[in-house]
Write a protein that binds this ligand. Structure first.
Ligand code: NAD
Length: 253
């Protein structure tokens, strides 16, 4: 691992444009299980039944049973050393943006400013009927969560949906356009804690690779990308490997 981190440092020092793609794995050390973990949401709820836009439209109260469990998990989570290392890389003028598949808002809480969200953010709410958006702080979240009462639109009275992308919904166009533009410009992509099987986000490293970017992967285990596109594989927990890389980058500058 030591040698791999040194190789990554060298590649980053030589790169003009560095971006990151993150997945659920960067937040497991914050206590949010990823898709594979035994305690993950999908072990309890069948996504085809609970996580589609059709399910929300036909029975929002049922989908909110799953959403309340999602909120329970994310509301108490705090960013970890991996998120903080990426925020620091941005402040060092090395990292241009973080493209994330996560909905937990932890990159922003750690201080990352240029975050492109593929699957939305659980801290915002939207009304599918009148289009009104809300910040979660506009509601008495504690009471709603404790009593399992879905939040209601203050304008039209319909049940609100967290601004996360359910299956069957389109990825926000702005996220697709901005991330593809970043992928085309990238000289190096840090791919962190993602199994790289959910498209179109999994396309980002592939588009960058076509343009000769170096793909540096951080994961506890190998993924669909590792033998196929990854140039440097750094095995370990992102909360340890990322801060160590930042420490060595500072020493190398
Ligand atoms: P995934 O669950 O498919 O894969 C997670 C990956 O992270 C795995 O390859 C695993 O080996 C790796 N990993 C786990 N702990 C790690 C650690 N400490 N350090 C480094 N790597 C680690 O996640 P994905 O690829 O992001 O799947 C996509 C979907 O999961 C997205 O749609 C996303 O919205 C959703 N999701 C998000 C959250 C969140 O917001 N935190 C949580 C669960 C699922």
């Amino acid at each position: 691992m030591e040698r791999d981190i040194d190789q990554a440092v060298k590649a980053i020092v030589n790169a003009g444009y560095v971006i990151a793609l993150t997945g659920a794995g960067i937040s497991t050390e914050s206590g949010i299980p990823d898709f594979r973990s035994a305690g993950g949401l999908w072990a309890k709820y069948n996504p085809a039944e609970y996580a589609t836009i059709e399910a929300f439209r036909s029975d929002p109260e049922k989908v909110w049973r799953m959403l309340f469990d999602m909120v329970d998990i994310t509301v108490s989570a705090r960013y970890n050393a991996g998120h903080a290392a990426l925020a620091e890389l941005e402040k060092m003028d090395i990292l241009r943006c973080v493209i994330t598949q996560n909905i937990d808002n932890l990159h922003q809480e750690a201080g990352s400013e240029n975050v492109i969200e593929y699957h939305g953010n659980v801290s915002r709410l939207e009304c599918l009927y009148c289009g009104q958006d809300y910040d979660k702080n506009e509601f008495d979240a504690v009471t709603l969560i404790q009593n399992r009462i879905p939040p209601i639109c203050k304008k039209c009275g319909e049940i609100l949906k967290p601004a996360v992308i359910l299956f069957g919904e389109l990825i926000p166009e702005e996220a697709t356009v901005r991330s593809l533009e970043a992928a085309r410009k990238a000289d190096a992509v840090l791919v962190i804690g993602t199994s790289a099987v959910v498209y179109p986000a999994a396309n980002i490293p592939l588009v960058a690779k076509q343009n000769r970017a170096v793909i540096i992967e951080f994961n506890t285990e190998t993924t669909a990308l590792t033998n196929f596109a990854t140039d440097i594989f750094i095995q370990g927990m992102a909360g340890q490997t990322l801060p160590e890389m930042v420490r060595r980058l500072k020493a190398a500058r």
